[in-house]
Design a protein around this ligand. Structure first.
Ligand code: 5GP
Length: 131
């Protein structure tokens, strides 16, 4: 059965898409730690990040860098934090989280509740900075 993230890539489940190419896809986390919290995934369905083949892992890292640069431009923050957990969704993904302080990347804290309009505004702001 395809993962929820593969279904997002196919458009079967909606997402706030930030960027996409033939191999990678970036979209806003639906339960964000901070405005601009983005997930970057390979389209290939592999559960564990470090089981990706070298070419895909390298490509995912470089694609994440481009996404992080776009988030930096769009969202006021000191830098973009990077986290890999993968305990919930068995499809490799990198969390990119705008940081102003260490606790911004505390996965135990309550997640933000954003309206669809706010998600859309954030999506537009970040995606227009993606190069
Ligand atoms: P992890 O597997 O890294 O522990 O957590 C999975 C992340 O994916 C969580 O931050 C969760 O909010 C996010 N997530 C789970 N399902 C969906 C979904 O259907 N859409 C989006 N945009 N994010 C999701």
């Amino acid at each position: 059965m395809p993962t929820i993230f593969s279904r997002i890539v196919k458009g079967e489940i909606p997402s706030y898409k930030i960027a996409e190419d033939d191999k990678f896809y970036a979209f806003l986390d639906i339960n964000p730690l901070a405005e601009g919290h983005t997930l970057v995934i390979p389209k290939v369905e592999v559960d564990y990040l470090f089981d990706l083949d070298n070419e895909t892992l390298t490509g995912l890292t470089l694609f994440s860098k481009r996404v992080a640069k776009a988030i930096e431009k769009a969202i006021p923050c000191k830098r973009i934090g990077v986290a890999v957990l993968g305990l919930e969704v068995p499809h490799a993904h990198i969390h990119l989280v705008p940081l102003n302080k260490e606790s911004d990347v505390d996965f135990f804290k309550p997640k933000l509740k954003l309206s669809p309009e706010r998600f859309k505004e954030i999506t537009d702001k970040i995606s227009r900075e993606f190069v």
